[in-house]
Design a protein around this ligand. Structure first.
Ligand code: GTP
Ligand code: MG
Length: 216
């Protein structure tokens, strides 16, 4: 008990200095246009309006870094941010925005799939899911597609501030149970809020852990 408490305090203290700098680099229409550097990379994906850009801003302590909007379909390119001059955080467009025409939806789908399959620097893709909703077909299909194609991923629940503690836990557990219908093992799961900063330290610590693993 004592040991684990001590180590988690240590982890939190370490995290506070983790994201020291965050700098916008470039917006690319296709994976072939993305930065050529081989820095480890982490990308945020999920339905339009789920809170990808807001979460990136929360993690980087900069509300203006990635563009956010109340209207879905704000992010339409692959946006690279350089973190601590050591790794990239990537804001991807959302998938499945109903109001976008079929042509735009298909183009975005292709952009996202090409990025996931061809970006060799990608260490982990974070799939964002709104904690208020039941598991959605479009997310489950995308998650299964990632599994079939061997793309490493984790699940991040967003907008945790919008539910009470009990309901939040129930929804997360229900989602995990749904995933276990298709998967033998659960991927890493994080619960976050860009409003209250819930889960920010855990997510940053996880990225830092992966950074260390890829370096060694
Ligand atoms: P696209 O770029 O259009 O795919 O959307 P996105 O996934 O980047 O979402 P974005 O970060 O722009 O946020 C969409 C809306 O949700 C905005 O109005 C945000 O203020 C709101 N939002 C995002 N995260 C949170 C959160 O944790 N809590 C609350 N209450 N609102 C949030
Ligand atoms: Mg966005």
């Amino acid at each position: 008990m004592h040991m684990s408490k001590k180590s988690s305090t240590f982890a939190a203290a370490k995290v506070m200095i983790m994201i020291k700098s965050a700098q916008y680099i470039i917006s690319s229409p296709d994976v072939k246009d993305c930065p050529k550097s081989i820095l480890p990379e982490y990308a945020f994906i999920g339905r339009s309006n789920v809170g990808k850009s807001s979460l990136i801003n929360m993690l980087c302590h900069n509300p203006k870094l990635a563009k956010t909007s109340q209207k879905p379909g704000k992010t339409l390119l692959i946006n690279h941010f350089l973190i601590n001059e050591q790794w990239h955080l990537v804001d991807l467009p959302g998938y499945g925005y109903a109001q976008a025409g079929q042509k735009q939806r298909d183009a975005l789908k292709r952009m996202i799939e090409r990025y996931c399959l061809l970006r060799e620097q990608l260490v982990c893709l974070f799939v964002l899911v709104d904690c208020r909703h039941e598991p959605q077909k479009i997310d489950l299909e995308f998650i299964n597609w990632l599994g079939e194609n061997g793309v490493p991923f984790a699940i991040v629940f967003t907008k945790g501030d919008k539910l009470g503690k009990v309901r939040l836990k129930e929804n997360v557990e229900a989602y995990k149970a749904r995933l276990l219908e298709d998967w033998e093992e659960l991927p890493p799961v994080f619960v976050t809020s860009a409003e209250t900063k819930l889960g920010g330290e855990e997510l940053t610590a996880y990225i830092e852990q992966l950074n260390q693993e890829v370096q060694s």
